[in-house]
Ligand binder design. Structure first.
Ligand code: SF4
Length: 316
């Protein structure tokens, strides 16, 4: 995950809950992708603070540093070394065909594509294969990158000798939570509820949430399926969903009451996160130790893999 600062509800449902659930079943590695962050924003002024903020959100969501090392990409130099080797094993034409790259160029209205953007999936392949990752939890849009990783692993193994597994993408199934304006939840748009938001901030944000435009006042029948507040109820207040649907559709339920009920449920759901975040913020030395320890563990594995790579390539 790229360190863009404090995380929001979309990160919780789209990644963190899944990572926490996978902890008991897999040996997980969690990468703070600070080099990847530079592809869309070369400004590093807040990159350290953003990395620490994101790490605290991970810990507050329930990731266990004993089970799963958490580390910064820039602190394990083997990522860049393996990236270089891998960049010789894939053509520029193959990377230019990457559909994710095309989407990003369109979405970010990019005039100039930096080399790092083209090579993003190659660095990602190094991130995965350095730890011999065989399962990568991803959203569907990331599957093309896993395919590139598999191709690179195959190419390396046949060119030199077998070092790497061909990882599988494990699709994360979740209902995507819309932002407060009904569009994709994104920090750059400013339509998010942060995991670290105070109860007051959550109430204030919910008040501004866009609802069914046809439901102007209490008494008007609404359409819950097009309302983002209803999507939040579905996630955080599942037991009351039939009642809310009936109230909305019949007009008995007004949007103000519905939003305040929703805010209350989100506040309740995030209470353990808030409590853990407060703990870690008051114990920054512990957070830094977690990072240092994670980086030490990751480095040991990365060095071992690079020794195998050098042997396979007869660079010993
Ligand atoms: S009553 Fe609730 S679900 Fe219905 S439109 Fe208003 S906020 Fe949305």
């Amino acid at each position: 995950m790229r360190p863009t600062g404090k995380l929001h509800l979309g990160h919780l449902t789209g990644a963190l809950e899944n990572w926490v659930a996978m902890q008991g079943e897999y040996q997980n590695y969690h990468l703070i992708a600070d080099y990847h962050a530079l592809t869309t924003n070369p400004d590093t002024t807040n990159i350290y603070e953003n990395s620490i903020d994101m790490l605290i959100d991970w810990l507050a969501a329930g990731l266990d540093p004993e089970k799963s090392p958490m580390f910064r990409q820039s602190k394990i130099k083997e990522h860049t070394e393996l990236h270089l080797i891998f960049s010789m094993l894939i053509t520029a034409a193959r990377l230019e065909r990457n559909p994710t790259l095309k989407e990003q160029i369109r979405d970010l209205a990019m005039d100039n594509v930096v080399y790092g953007h083209l090579g993003y999936p190659v660095l990602q392949a190094a991130d995965i294969l350095l730890y011999k990752g065989d399962v990568v939890p991803v959203g569907e849009d990331q599957l093309p990158h896993i395919e590139i990783t598999r191709e690179i692993a195959r190419r390396f193994n046949s060119q030199y000798s077998v070092v790497f597994p061909e990882p599988e993408g494990k699709i994360t199934k979740f209902a995507r939570l819309p932002g407060l304006d009904g569009k994709r939840m994104s920090k750059s748009v400013g339509n998010t509820i942060l995991l670290s938001d105070t109860p007051e901030a959550i109430i204030k944000k919910l008040r501004t949430a866009v609802t069914d435009p046809q439901k102007v006042r209490k008494g008007d029948p609404g359409r819950p399926d097009i309302c983002l507040v209803f999507a939040y109820h579905n996630k955080f207040n599942h037991s009351e969903v039939p009642e809310i649907r009936e109230g909305c559709e019949s007009g008995k339920l007004g949007c103000v009451d519905c939003k305040m009920n929703c805010a209350k449920r989100i506040i309740e759901a995030l209470a353990p996160n808030r409590e853990k975040r407060a703990y870690y913020e008051a114990h920054m030395d512990e957070v830094k130790n977690i990072l240092e320890n994670g980086e030490q563990r990751a480095r040991t594995i990365a060095e071992q893999t690079m020794t195998e790579v050098h042997e396979a390539m007869k660079l010993g």
